[in-house]
Design a protein around this ligand. Structure first.
Ligand code: ADP
Length: 326
């Protein structure tokens, strides 16, 4: 993927100086954490988007793209714009913001590309407004961006992007977010270069579940949360099982079963589909294992002659990072 790193404020004659401009890094996130469909997600340190903000005297939102993805610059059609407009409604009628977006998280990859833009946007503007909103408000604004991307308000990418670490979304209405102390695990992600439409991934899900499967699933969710809090790798590994969603959705991802099997043989604790795919993630205790998992992923997709990108990274504990003003 081409990398664009351009800071418009360093060259712009319009620069208003410190206090009016800020740069942030918004991390990728893994939602639908195996058994925790729609309720558990976590942030990772790589990849991340870079965004530059400038307060303007003119009201409204101006979007500038600094990357190759050609996303809409109309604020109502770009998730960053949708999130900022929701926030500005609760600010005043005079404030406006210009945001320049350099995405490194490919849209539609399943690692929270839209969430990074929505969450990054509201954290950036909030910083310029002297942090007048609390994190829960920011999640609420950013969900307007997710609604634009996928048609529904969901927070399992937004919340970890803003809070960092692993977050439990116990409820959306009313919003109830529980940040969980996450152990410092390694994460290997593979993104096969195929398109899985979120609508298809949602459309194939069964609307009813068997009681015995539900019991197994909530046992796993409770086990995973306990394992994360107690830093119990064996319990995390045993609980990384999804009997409801993965058996249906994984058919959309070529080589999924083999990737999972080889990753576990390489020492991964477990993993599954990231978001609604096509990316797949695996958790490991140490970097060496995470790299062996990456090698296993390469083997599978090279055999299938499928172009793919991999990341070996760690859980991001801080969420969107605000860099010091230039
Ligand atoms: P992901 O899980 O990678 O975020 P989604 O399918 O949920 O993928 O969201 C990507 C969709 O949102 C694409 O249709 C993309 O065109 C749209 N979109 C609009 N604005 C943005 C933005 N700033 N960043 C990412 N995607 C955006």
């Amino acid at each position: 993927m081409k990398q664009f790193f351009h800071n418009p404020f360093l060259y712009s004659p319009l620069s208003l100086g410190a206090g009016n401009t800020i740069t942030i890094h918004a991390p990728a996130t893994v939602a639908n954490m195996v058994c925790g469909f729609d309720v558990l997600g976590f942030a990772v340190n790589e990849p991340y988007d870079e965004m530059h903000f400038r307060l303007r005297d003119e009201p409204g939102v101006k979007i500038i793209n600094l990357d190759e993805y050609n996303l809409p610059t109309d604020p109502e059609k770009n998730v960053a714009g949708a999130a900022l407009l929701a926030m500005l409604e609760e600010v005043d009628e005079k404030t406006g913001v210009e945001v320049s977006i350099c995405k490194k998280i490919k849209p539609g990859s399943g690692v929270g590309s839209s969430a990074a833009s929505s969450a990054g946007a509201v954290v950036g503007l909030n910083h310029l407004l002297n942090n007048r909103f609390i994190k829960e408000d920011l999640v609420r604004f950013a969900m307007s961006g997710e609604k634009l991307a996928s048609g529904v308000k969901h927070a399992d990418n937004i919340a970890p992007c803003i809070y960092g670490g692993v977050t439990l979304i116990r409820s959306i209405f009313p919003l109830d977010i529980i940040p969980l102390a996450a152990p410092s695990l390694y994460v290997t992600i593979v993104h096969p270069q195929i398109e899985v439409r979120t609508s298809d991934a949602r459309g194939i899900l069964k609307q009813q579940v068997q009681l015995k499967d539900a019991i197994r699933q909530w046992g796993n969710i409770a086990g995973l949360v306990a394992g994360l809090l107690q830093n119990d790798h064996a319990l995390i590994g045993r609980s990384l099982e999804d009997v409801l969603i993965e058996p249906v959705r994984s058919i959309l991802i070529p080589g999924f079963d083999t990737i999972k099997q080889l990753s576990k043989e390489a020492g991964a604790l477990g993993g599954g589909i990231s978001g609604s795919g096509p990316s797949v993630f695996m958790l490991s205790k140490d970097e060496n294992t995470a790299k062996q998992v990456e090698a296993a992923m390469h083997t599978v997709y090279n055999q299938l002659s499928l172009e793919h990108h991999t990341y070996v990274t760690t859980i991001n504990q801080e969420g969107v990072r605000v860099l010091s003003p230039e």
